[in-house]
Ligand binder design. Sequence first.
Ligand code: ADP
Ligand code: GLC
Length: 506
Amino acid sequence: MTKKKNRISSPPDRPLRIAIAASEAAPFAKTGGLGDVAGALPKALSELGCEVKVFIPKYAQIDDSKYQLHYSAEIGEMPIRVAGIVRTVHIQQAKIPGSEVDIYFVDCPHFYYRKHIYTSDRDEDERYILFCKAVIESLQRLRWAPDVVHCNDWQTGLLPLYLKDNYNWDRMFDGTACVMTIHNMAYQGRFPRSTVQKAELRENQFHPGGPIEFHGSVSFMKIGITYSEMISSVSPTYSREILTPEYGHAMEEVLLPRREDLVGILNGADYEHWNPDKDPMVPYHYTAETLDEKQKNKEHLINQTSLPFMPGKPLIGMVSRLVAQKGLEYMKAVAAELMLLDAQWIILGSGEDQYEELFQRIAAAVPQKMWAYIGFNNELAHLIEAGADMFLMPSAYEPCGLNQIYSLKYGTVPIVRKTGGLADTVWDWHELQAAGMETGTGFTFLEPSGYSLFTTVRRAIDVFDRKDEWRKIQLNGMRMDYSWEKSALSYIDLYKTAVLKKRGSI
Ligand code: ADP
Ligand code: GLC
């Protein structure tokens, strides 16, 4: 009996077809970890036998010739209406480097040829309304019906609604389920009521408690959650945190009734790109067996800066968007004390003026101790991973975090606040030692304060002097395996569950 039921309700035997929509994907366009995920997960899924197509906007920042983008004649010219105006949209396409995965770029210069990938322009809503419509219309023209449309963050939140409403006349999508992945709950895509018309949503659904209204605004994140069969976030701990008012930013109201449909899947690391053994951006390759080579990278890195090379002193690296999420308030509170510690600092980041200025000020005041590069620099990010001794991520909240995962691989000991994905990936050396184990991989603190941050950095600096102990921590971290395969298998389970839900089988 049970067997028969399983057979009838199980997803298709042919490869799963997954359309992944995201607002950025490495190496084409990246501002943070979402780009890393949207560039790497599709490759891992394809290696596991899925058919995958990825969609992102064609931003001005994307280098057409480097990645051999070409016009998709199969899709052709698409007239798409947003806010009552019909725009002409073309699709460029390419392969994700190192794979056979097709990636499609929604090309509409009016919306995407701007100074930055994300803007606070008045038509930010329109930019992603167009994107969502263009993804669906591309699938129609390709005559490719996905089993799952995998949406990522608010920019793709309209897709599940459009598939179930505006485009549900197209029977091609009858079997298509949606998964919404939350990479950052603080960004909810909230817009004024006028967005209802711009996006051609239903006026009668805009009321408190209705599917498109969220505290007086339209929220694309809420829409994505509401209309998706399954929801995920990027670490088990964050998937629990967002059910609380502290981390949910009010969206816990929407998520709590759906908690059965919410799973946490840790991001993986793309070890093709982030691996000290073969990283082309790192001059001296090393493994756990040849870890002494790391010191040469430290010297190379320091020589790129104005810091003096002091081999015996720990070098602490940070690579980060400079926003409050990253725990910079705690750093600000104890910046003077941190600079008294016997360590050097290299900071790479860009973001809010106040934090950019903070690091520039410190670097100017203590040039022997801190060097700061304000901007986005992928090569330097890799060099810091390879050359620093420690990596600091004191985040106020962190849905997953990728840099601590990269740091582990590079033998660069992470110092992190125990929240979200940081809590799921870094084990405190002293905490485990107290329990009789020498399996720690870094240093962690829970209390969100400058004081806790300071004492934890000091703990790490103390251990740094005990070379054998330090080496053990490095090796423990380097042995951790966060490759994408495991996470991709969890996504496949999630997709299958979404398909079954869509068919009403569960
Ligand atoms: P988030 O997505 O919140 O920014 P993650 O840790 O998940 O945090 O991912 C950040 C990614 O962006 C990493 O790959 C990191 O190396 C990269 N990154 C962040 N800031 C910079 C920068 N200024 N220059 C180069 N890479 C950066
Ligand atoms: C978000 C989060 C970060 C996560 C990334 C990729 O930007 O801030 O923690 O790693 O998305 O999922």
